[in-house]
Design a protein around this ligand. Structure first.
Ligand code: BG6
Length: 488
């Protein structure tokens, strides 16, 4: 719950993120009674909005992106909190002016949450300007805080991430910095730790003795669309793996923290990244969907992968020798994010199965989206057969169990946590740097050694054949739990 007078300042307030995600998230929190004491939301951008025209534009965003919760009365109340400040991110003066503007708006001492929703090239300079204007300094006597939320991407390689950390640390202490990875704000990602550590039956088998392999798939059906200019310089490893897939990996693979405290949780996640063995290029697949080169903004000879699959290993007692297969891509058959834990086969099979039939290993699927839930697949005897068996499912679907409780957008939770000062759903500097240390050599290897070759796949498929082969080499296959019905 946000406490006494807080100003939320959004830099880059005329951009897409603000009207598509941030304001709808704040509006929904307001509607749920969670922002009552939060006094002001100030948009900072260069365009010449007035408060009125700014509010009008944001209202369209809420109506469009959160239609089910929009109502005029709540909006009218909420919109009183919204203000616009016209300023230039390059002008130090404008930060000093913003400082005064905020002082006038804030009735008494206020907390401040700065949100960097700008192009990444501004992150370091805006943090610097805030520091120089004295706007990052907390007032211990008044007990007010200053925090900064930084959007992704956090750097484009290790060196740039380190440089950015360095620049931001010059103005803010680590405890004031909240690096966003919206995957951590997803309800189903948050549930991973509850599933593992609020139950006793899973953790004893959550290790190399019982787990045969782990698969993390984040498939998107959309192509790069209008974002080709950014995407072509980035590619799928930077856009999806270094952050989202690696965060899911950490949640699945980490040891139990002693408490739910942000640093206790992040210490354990950081250890996972530090224990990942350097990835062998032979264990990687990179591909482009057909038609990518024709997208507007893509270089005609671009080698940027829109799809990748990796096999990696975690060098510790729990996971030694267990392959983790990760894949993600655009323009695939369906949108589906899922974590699959495939367990070992029984050590001895006493059943006399009909000829040609084999058993399927137990598979636990954690469905991140869109079919939010968890599914456990196990073998059962086919009724009225001698010894035949079939795989059946035990299903938990959010819809069924949490009556009427719709799953909130990730940004709703993340903004609340930042206002609350709980950074457990945000990435710490060491996590970011350790994850770039794994990604950089793969990208460099692909560029320098041109290995493996860039594969292609048709739009609307599940990826290239090479990705199937990556697992087939080990006698494995990509499994779909919750997304299985989408295969048909
Ligand atoms: C973003 C990436 O971080 O995540 C996008 O930049 C991607 O390319 C998006 O489409 C996926 O997020 P979600 O929540 O739709 O799975």
């Amino acid at each position: 719950m946000a406490k006494t007078h807080t100003s939320i300042v959004i830099f880059g307030a005329s951009g897409d993120l603000t009207w598509r995600k941030l304001i709808p998230a704040l509006y929904n929190n307001f509607k749920k009674g969670r922002l009552i004491e939060c006094a002001n939301v100030i948009g900072f951008a260069r365009r010449s909005y007035t408060d009125e025209s700014f509010r009008e534009r944001l209202r369209e965003g809420v109506e469009k992106f959160s239609p089910e919760s929009f109502d005029v009365e709540t909006w009218n109340e909420f919109s009183k909190m919204l203000h616009y400040f016209r300023g230039n991110l390059d002008h130090a003066d404008d930060f000093a002016k913003l400082h005064n503007f905020l002082h006038e708006l804030e009735i008494s001492n206020a907390n401040r949450l700065y949100y960097l929703a700008t192009a990444p090239s501004f992150y370091a300079s805006v943090a610097g300007f805030l520091g120089a204007a004295g706007m990052s300094k907390e007032d211990e006597d008044a007990g007010t805080w200053r925090r900064i939320i930084i959007e992704k991407p956090f750097g484009h390689d290790l060196a740039s991430a380190q440089a950015l950390n360095h620049a931001v640390h010059a103005a803010f202490e680590e405890r004031q910095i909240y690096r966003i990875d919206h995957y951590l704000g997803k309800e189903t990602s948050q549930n991973i730790l509850f599933f593992r550590y609020a139950n006793t039956i899973f953790e004893p088998i959550w290790n190399r003795r019982y787990v045969n392999n782990v698969q993390i798939s984040v498939a998107e059906s959309v192509d790069v669309g209008k974002r080709a200019g950014y995407y072509d310089k980035s590619g799928v490893l930077r856009d999806m793996f270094q952050n989202h897939l690696f965060q899911l990996l950490a949640l699945v693979a980490m040891e139990a923290p002693a408490s739910f405290d942000a640093d206790a949780v992040r210490n354990e996640k950081a250890k996972v990244f530090q224990s990942i063995r350097p990835v062998d290029l032979n264990d990687t697949v990179r591909a482009q969907y057909e038609g990518y080169l024709q997208e507007e903004g893509v270089a005609p000879d671009s080698q940027t992968p829109t799809y990748a699959a990796l096999k990696l290993f975690i060098n510790n007692w729990r996971w030694q020798g267990v392959p983790f297969y990760l894949r993600s891509g655009k323009a695939l058959k369906h949108k589906s994010s899922e974590i699959v834990i495939e367990f070992q086969r029984p050590p001895h099979l006493m059943f006399d199965l009909p000829k040609g039939r084999d058993i399927t290993p137990n598979v636990l699927s954690i469905c991140i989206q869109p079919d939010e839930g968890i599914q456990l697949r196990f073998e059962a005897k086919v009724p009225d057969s001698d010894q035949d068996m079939r795989s059946v499912n035990m299903d938990f679907e959010y819809e069924d169990f949490f009556d009427g409780a719709s799953i909130p957008e990730a940004y709703e939770r993340l903004l609340l946590e930042a206002l609350d000062g709980d950074a457990s759903l945000f990435t710490r500097s060491d996590e970011i740097e350790a994850s770039w240390k794994i990604i950089d050599p793969i990208i460099n290897g692909w560029t320098e050694r041109s290995q493996p070759e860039l594969a292609t796949h048709k739009k609307g498929e599940w990826g290239p054949e090479e990705s199937v082969e990556l697992l087939a080499r080990d006698g494995h296959q990509w499994r779909f739990g919750c997304a299985e019905h989408r295969l048909k």
